[in-house]
Design a protein around this ligand. Structure first.
Ligand code: NAD
Length: 321
């Protein structure tokens, strides 16, 4: 069994990854960590440590204490927040990656998962079916950190044999934990508003098409990539990963099939500019070929699941309150 540390386990993806990895590898083999105690479910549902991803000693102490051999580095500052605090985004996203890469280079850990993003691409990238290898001139600080991070991952693999694996996640949609300051957050917020019977004012324009994915697919891809044989993982920068692409208008129409009264209005803000610089759809044939990736959720299946789960969640919170 691997001995796993998840850094940033209290976040949108880290929290669901923690659950899945605990089911897969045993509760005692998966240590959740974060900079704070904000995700009480994660804090209370297994072993939890405070770890600061920017502090090498903080990570190393936890690794030594729990005899960790595998690290999932999920802590990062996301695209929209990164534009407000560019230097903080750079420091967090890059320093944390170097700490973990160096721990692997020094033989202290054996395997790393580090997520990249479709934000590595920029306005000069082909927007449709964006290839694995293409022009990537990101215009956000977040995208720059992901692009630089990818280069370092590949470098550490080629130069020092570090087993680092990575996916360029699209926008991730989930119902358990709220998203953490990205440009695709609207696609989660919209479901919450719809289920509680409110109108949604969208911060992107109605025809802004972006690549997206339901959380269950993102977690499955992550687990699959980490379980693949070393020879199968041919790309050591980061794999393109895709499932669905849609606009705010598409998603509101999918919601209206279940909630006919749902209304959406549009008031684009600074996040529109970020969205305009990203691809609309992604070619992930390398992932599909190298380690048999395939997605499960289309827009309708995801919408049904989101609405069912959120209705239960809001019902439970009304009964407990
Ligand atoms: P999130 O913002 O929801 O969670 C990040 C977590 O990291 C938070 O719990 C936060 O407290 C923690 N954190 C922040 N600073 C820390 C520090 N110094 N030390 C330890 N923990 C710290 O992010 P997410 O959406 O779960 O994203 C996880 C990863 O996936 C990130 O690398 C992100 O760039 C990438 N990604 C996410 C999406 C998406 O749609 N959510 C899309 C593409 C890529």
């Amino acid at each position: 069994m691997p001995r796993i540390l998840i850094i940033g386990a209290g976040g949108q993806i880290g929290s669901e990854l923690t659950n899945t990895l605990r089911k897969l590898h045993g509760q005692e083999n998966v240590i959740a960590s974060d900079i704070g105690y904000h995700n009480t479910y994660i804090v209370n549902s297994g072993i939890f440590e405070i770890v600061d991803a920017q502090d090498y000693d903080s990570i190393k102490t936890c690794i030594d204490k729990h005899q960790i051999d595998t690290v999932y580095l999920m802590a990062a500052m996301l695209s929209a927040t990164g534009e407000k605090f560019p230097m903080k985004a750079w420091d967090l996203n890059i320093n944390s990656l170097f700490h973990v890469l160096n721990l692997a280079k020094d033989g202290i850990i054996k395997q790393i998962f580090w997520p990249s993003s479709i934000a590595v691409f920029g306005p000069t990238t082909p927007v449709l079916n964006t290839p694995q290898h293409t022009v990537a001139e990101p215009t956000t600080v977040y995208g720059i950190t992901k692009q630089v991070g990818e280069r370092w991952c590949e470098y550490y693999h080629n130069k020092y044999g570090v087993d680092v694996r990575s996916l360029r996640y699209p926008g991730i949609i989930s119902w358990k934990t709220m998203p953490g300051g990205g440009t695709t957050d609207y696609a989660v917020e919209i479901y919450h508003k719809a289920v509680i019977g409110k109108r949604y004012e969208c911060f992107l324009s109605e025809n802004t098409k972006l690549p997206m994915m339901f959380m269950d697919d993102a977690i499955e891809a992550t687990v699959k990539l980490m379980q693949a044989s070393s020879e199968a993982v041919k790309i050591r920068s980061s794999y393109n990963l895709a499932a669905i692409s849609f606009t705010p208008k598409d998603i509101s129409e999918a919601i209206q099939k279940h909630i006919p009264d749902f209304k959406i209005t549009y008031k684009p803000d600074s996040r529109q500019e970020i969205a305009n610089s990203w691809p609309q759809s992604i070619d992930d044939s390398s992932a599909r070929m190298d380690w048999n990736w395939s997605h499960n959720f289309d827009v309708d299946k995801m919408t049904e699941e989101m609405i069912t789960q959120l209705r239960n969640k809001y019902k439970d919170s009304t009964t407990t309150n």
